[in-house]
Each structure stands twice: as structure tokens, then as C-alpha cells.
Design a protein around this ligand. Sequence first.
Ligand code: UD1
Length: 363
Amino acid sequence: MKITIVAGARPNFVKIAPIMDAIRERNIKLNCISYRLIHTGQHFDYLMSHSFFSQLNIPQPDANLDCMSGTHAIQTADIMVKFENELLVNRPDVVLVVGDVTSTMACAISAKKLNIDVVHVEAGIRSGDMNMPEEINRVITDSICNHFFTTTILASNNLKMLNIPNDRIHMVGNTMIDSLYKQLNSAICPSFFKDFSIKEKDYFLLTLHRPSNVDNKDYLLSILETIHQSVDNKIVFFPVHPRTRKILQGFNNFYSNIILVEPQPYLEFLFLLKNCKAIITDSGGISEESTVLNIPCLTLRNSTERPETIELGTNELIGDDFKKLHHCLHVINENKWKTTNIPSLWDGHTAKRIVEILCNVYN
Ligand code: UD1
């Protein structure tokens, strides 16, 4: 089997790492998979990209497309043209894309237009909110794929409702959780953490990068104000995404307990997550990780494509309801938050299942 694997943005790297491991393991025994790993360059900073490759032991990409930042159309078009060139020179049997970022959709389209099979890891999840660029990416990617690897039964059911044949839908679990289990004991305490005399479970963690939360400065500041008022003066570590950093630039009037830090490498972020009292976030992936770690998670969005993290896990949707945010932080401070149940097959072995199925289909 000749396979081309695509990764472009931070969450993709965490999802492909165990797949690369599983391919290498399989090749030691059978040497039956020839792969190319393509980085689109959507994320390019050391902290957003390279640190993930080194910490998660991902092989160096065979090519970096160095795509342009810009509007979604500019980025999509640039990735599509460059990935098409890659496929014309190195034609595989199948292209594997993960997640829901612009690179996922752009590469799926380029491959499919060349009549190359495409498989999607983390297929079938839906928020129902077409204002999210990720939802558009999910719907388009899933509309042209050949095989679908899903994280949950609900995601599989979403695909069945689109009349996708059962034998193309594979409920395999969650590769992001494979990475989590593998790396949990290697978590690294970030250097800034030692400057604060705080104990485990005595601080909060905050991440925000969705356009709906961060692109309007006044709205972003009102989120910070509410958090400041609701955490009993506890420290809140806030690794700031480049998109959010642009909006906050030049604004220095921050709250003394909200500590802005650089985006964290994977292992440092894992340390902060597994030891925090709770996380406030607008990330979908983090709500899955906090569910597995049994860490309370408050999601600042109106919808989620990952409802299991609410029904089974520790997540709660807050939307833009600041009263609810205040109330939930109070409940967490009183140690009265719900405890987790982990969705089935989120067991650390998902990537092996994916590679096994791919070999059965394409070898
Ligand atoms: C992207 C994904 C989102 C994912 C997030 C994780 C899409 C539509 N969105 O959002 O689903 O949750 O990544 O981080 O694909 N930038 C840098 N350095 C970098 C990367 C980005 O400065 O290494 C800047 C870009 O130039 C751009 C902004 O940050 O101005 C946003 O980057 P972009 O890749 O467009 O989307 P994200 O907001 O990161």
C-alpha cells in the first residue's frame, strides 16, 4: 500500500503521531506500507508545529507545502494547488486526512479530483453550526471520502444517515487519546510554573482561539473579566494562540491572576491540563482530553460536535452565558462537578485498528 498522510495544523499533529507509530510497527513485521507525510504549513511556528513533531516523535515530513496564511479561500486554494502537484509526482493508492482544519478539506478535494481514494480519520462528527469553518470542512470532506474512521457510535450514525454504506464506516476510537495515554507519564512541568507557588488542582487553565470568541476584542475582554471575577483569585494560566495574541496586542491592563503565556508544546500543555482544577476552552479536542483525564471542562461555544464529552464526560457547554460560566466555576470551586465515563474504544489502540483496516482494504 502506498499512502500519503496529511497534517497541517496543531491538532492534526497529535492525531497523526500514533498512526505514524502504528505504520512503523507494522512495517517492522511485514514491511508492506510505503508512506509520504506531507505538512501543508498551515501552522508553521516552532510552538504550533515543530515542537509537536519532536515531542511526539513524528518523522520529518517528506514535503512541506509552505502554504500561505490568509483568508480561508487563499489558504484553501494554495494548499489545493501545491498538494495536487505533490500527488502528480508521487501518486499513492490512498490519501489519509485527519480532523477538520482547512488542510483536511483542501487536500481531500485535490486527491479526489485526481481519482485517488481518500480516508478520513475523525469522520462523521457534526456541530450543526455552519458558521464554524470546521463544520464546513467536515461536511465537504465526508461528502467525498471512501472510508470513514469514526471516534463514536453517534459519528458513525451521522454518516449512516447520509446513506454511506456500513462497510465504509469504521468505528475505531480516538487517535488523539492514543497520544494522550502514550505521553501522560512524560508530561513536562513548564518553566514558568515554578515561578508560582501553587499546588496541583489549585489553578485553572484557559484556551481561546475560535473567531467567535477572540476576533472581537471587547467580547474577549468580557470573557476574561467574568473568569477573573469567578475563580476566587486563583491563578488562571492562559496559553495564547497566535490568532488571539494579535487581538490582545497592545492591551496591557490584564488581571493579576490571569497569566498569559506562549502556546505550549504538547507535553507542557499535558502537564497543565492533567493537574489543573478545571479548563475553560473553546477547543473540541481539549474537551475530549479532559473527559479522559476527568478534569472539569467548560466550553465557551453554543454547540459541540462532540456531545459524548457532555453526556458521558466532564464537559459543559457555556456558550456566551456569562452567568452560567460564573455559576459553573463556583460549582467547580466547591468540588461538586460531575465525574467522567470514557467513551468506548478510547483505549489507546485506535491507530493500530486504523492501520489494520487500511492494510485489509488497500494491500
Ligand atoms: C486552526 C483550525 C482550527 C484548530 C486550530 C488549532 C481551521 C479552519 N481552523 O485555526 O480548527 O482548532 O487551528 O490551533 O483550519 N498563525 C501563526 N502561527 C502559526 C499558525 C497560525 O502566527 O503557527 C496565525 C496565522 O497566520 C493566522 C492565525 O494565526 O493569522 C490563524 O491561523 P489559521 O491556521 O488560519 O487558523 P487557526 O485559528 O489557528
